[in-house]
Design a protein around this ligand. Structure first.
Ligand SMILES: COc1ccc(/C(C)=C/C(=O)O)cc1
Ligand SMILES: [Zn+2]
Length: 258
């Protein structure tokens, strides 16, 4: 049986098949702003995305993911805490069963209802797959979602959910500009961590934006209409919130851009 978010296959069990779960730079963490060190050497993020690289939207059984053409440098991340150029491969979300939880990272113990991950890979490597397991292979920009007004840019994604309700469904999704999902201020915390789902590779330079974007409660409810289960199987509502007990929430040193 494959990994998931239930008591029998969830985050507390992943170590059985992915021993790196007990590694030295595992994500997510609790970000404690008061303990972050300001690093004047950090540059502002330089994110440039080309909507024509947007390919499709899919339900992979763990999240909803939008995938991009990464055969050119036209959608990429430079500067910030990284060196070189990292290409955008995909973005996806994590959310919970209710508006009081769902984010992977927490901020001084505060959980957000959801978290967006924009996954970029280091072009010093030949491909995403090759980069995914290297210590400097990936850079993931994390953006928290908080409950507020309806987000019209997010709505463009949600409008596609009815066609990808169950696991394995995907549909073409063109001309979406991921920069419309970024907050106005790109101040960030950064630390060296890992993928937050199996294979949990310790290959991620995390760049977590301090400013959240908004989603309405109704929009959050739409995420929860997606299914972990495939067509025909007993419907199993997708909610990817990890239940970590308090002492699991390890805070770690991370640098702040502001
Ligand atoms: C090579 O297989 C991979 C599977 C998943 C991932 C990601 C990007 C996981 C995550 O977002 O936590 C990377 C590589
Ligand atoms: Zn993620």
């Amino acid at each position: 049986m494959s990994w998931g978010y239930k008591p029998n296959n969830g985050p507390q069990k992943w170590v059985e098949n992915f021993p790196i779960a007990d590694g030295v730079r595992q994500s997510p963490i609790d970000i404690v702003p008061g303990q972050a060190s300001y690093d004047a050497g950090l540059k502002p993020l330089d994110l440039k995305y080309d909507p024509s690289t947007c390919l499709d939207i899919l339900n992979n059984g763990h999240s909803v993911q939008v995938t991009f053409a990464d055969d050119t440098d036209s959608s990429r991340l430079t500067d910030g805490p990284i060196s070189g150029l990292y290409r955008l491969k995909q973005f996806h979300f994590h959310w919970g069963a209710s508006d009081d939880k769902g984010s992977e990272h927490t901020v001084a113990g505060t959980k957000y209802p959801a978290e967006l991950h924009l996954v970029h890979w280091n072009t010093k490597y030949a491909s995403f797959s090759e980069a995914a397991s290297k210590p400097d292979g990936l850079a993931v920009v994390g953006v928290f979602l908080k409950i507020g007004g309806e987000n019209p840019n997010l709505q463009k994604l949600l409008d596609a959910f009815d066609t990808i309700k169950s696991k394995g469904k995907q549909t073409s999704f063109a001309n979406f500009d991921p920069s419309t999902l970024l907050p106005g201020c790109l101040d960030y915390w950064t630390y060296d961590g890992s993928l937050t789902t199996p294979p949990l590779y310790e290959s991620v330079t995390w760049i977590v934006c301090k400013e959240p974007i908004t989603a309405s409660s109704g929009q959050m409810a739409k995420f929860r209409t997606l299914l972990f289960s495939a067509d025909g199987a007993a419907p199993d509502c997708m909610k990817t919130a990890r239940v970590k007990n308090e002492d699991e929430l390890l805070s770690k040193w991370c640098s702040s851009s502001s």
